[in-house]
Structures are given as C-alpha cells and as structure tokens.
Ligand binder design. Structure first.
Ligand SMILES: Nc1ncnc2c1ncn2[C@@H]1O[C@H](COP(=O)(O)OP(=O)(O)OP(=O)(O)O)[C@@H](O)[C@H]1O
Ligand SMILES: Nc1nc2c(ncn2[C@@H]2O[C@H](COP(=O)(O)O)[C@@H](O)[C@H]2O)c(=O)[nH]1
Length: 160
C-alpha cells in the first residue's frame, strides 16, 4: 500500500457532534477564512452547500515533505481545479448506490435540517452529472467492499 496522507481541510461549517478541530477540519470563522484566502493560504477552496471549504498549502507541503502521497477528500469544483493545477493527480469519484440510499444515510446521520438535506441531495445530483470528468468511479455500497476497491485502485496507480 502506498504511503498516503489525508489532508485536513479548513471550513467555515460548524463542527458536528464529535468532530474535533484540527482532526476532522480546521474550523475557521468567516473572517479568518477570508483572511486566509487573501493571504494565498489555499491550494484551492470552494463554496460547497452553505459553507466554504479549502485545502491549505501548509497541509499539502507538510504531508508531501514527509514523503507521503496525498488524498484530498474534496468536492467536484475543488477536484477539477486541482486536476487543472496538478495534471498528474488522479480523480476518484466515490458515489452512493442510489440517491435513495444517500438520502437514507444523510437522514440517519441526523446532521441535516430539511433544507440542508434538500441542498445536499441537489448538489449530489449535480456532482454526479460531472462524474465522467473523473479518472475512476467507485460505488460505495458495502463499506468494506468499497474500501477494498479503493485500495486496489490506489495500488494500481502507485504501480504506474
Ligand atoms: N458504505 C456505507 N454504508 C453505510 N453508511 C455510509 C457508507 N458510506 C458512508 N456512509 C454514511 O453516509 C453518510 C453520508 O456520507 P457522505 O460522505 O456522503 O456525506 P457528506 O460528506 O456529507 O456528503 P457530501 O460530500 O455530499 O457533502 C455519513 O453518515 C456516512 O457515515
Ligand atoms: N473544494 C473543497 N471541498 C471540500 C474540502 N473539504 C471538504 N470538502 C467537501 O465539502 C463537502 C461537505 O463536507 P461535510 O464535511 O460538510 O459533509 C464534501 O463534498 C467534501 O468533500 C476542501 O478542502 N475543498
């Protein structure tokens, strides 16, 4: 398995129950996020759903300097920007088995209002319409099977 580092993004979204600052995200105020943009601190950032999310240059440099390849878990806008800036990057589109299953999962998480649930589902539909711009598509039905498939894809790209 390749040596992989997962970057911790910055976001203006409020932490969910159990989320820890610096582990799940760097949780920033709107002002701080704007200041970081002006400072050139982001490799990419995007407005996703109702909040801003971005990949910090510092996170990327830190992980790369430790010899890791990087995984960015980011939205479609961010992914396409990264591909343009780093053409060697591999875009893997991880999709739910169906919109119904995605809705059940989001409702089960208990994190969304009716309004934010509708917004996330509409955005998911839009993101899925762009999935053919990705290098690989992977259906996340059974979690263990999807994890195995992701490992297989990563190993395959590591070899090439
Ligand atoms: N294979 C799976 N089986 C069961 N539940 C899953 C599986 N994969 C993800 N989930 C759960 O589904 C919910 C939604 O996950 P997902 O990553 O799609 O959410 P999200 O990050 O909010 O989506 P988005 O990228 O659209 O913002 C989470 O609670 C997650 O734990
Ligand atoms: N363009 C970016 N998108 C990001 C980044 N970090 C996360 N995300 C995407 O945001 C949504 C919502 O995430 P959630 O934690 O609120 O459910 C999801 O699609 C993430 O992939 C980022 O740094 N840049």
């Amino acid at each position: 398995m390749p040596n992989l580092g997962l970057t911790v993004s910055a976001t203006t979204r409020a932490p969910r129950a159990g989320e820890v600052d610096g582990v799940n995200y760097h949780f920033l105020s709107e002002d701080e996020f704007s200041r970081r943009i002006a400072n050139g601190d982001f490799v990419e950032w995007a407005q996703v759903h109702d909040h801003r999310y971005g990949t910090l240059v510092q996170e990327v440099e830190q992980k790369l300097s430790s010899g890791s390849s990087l995984i960015l878990e980011i939205d479609v806008q961010g992914a396409l920007n990264v591909k343009e800036r780093f053409p060697d990057s591999i875009l893997i589109f991880i999709e739910p088995p169906s919109m119904e299953v995605l809705e059940q999962r989001l409702v089960g998480r208990g994190s969304e209002t009716e309004e934010s649930l509708r917004l996330r589902l509409a955005n998911a539909r839009h993101e899925m319409s762009l999935a053919d711009r990705y290098d690989v598509r992977l259906v996340n039905d059974d979690l263990d099977a999807a994890t195995d498939e992701l490992s297989r894809v990563l190993r395959e790209y590591e070899r090439n």
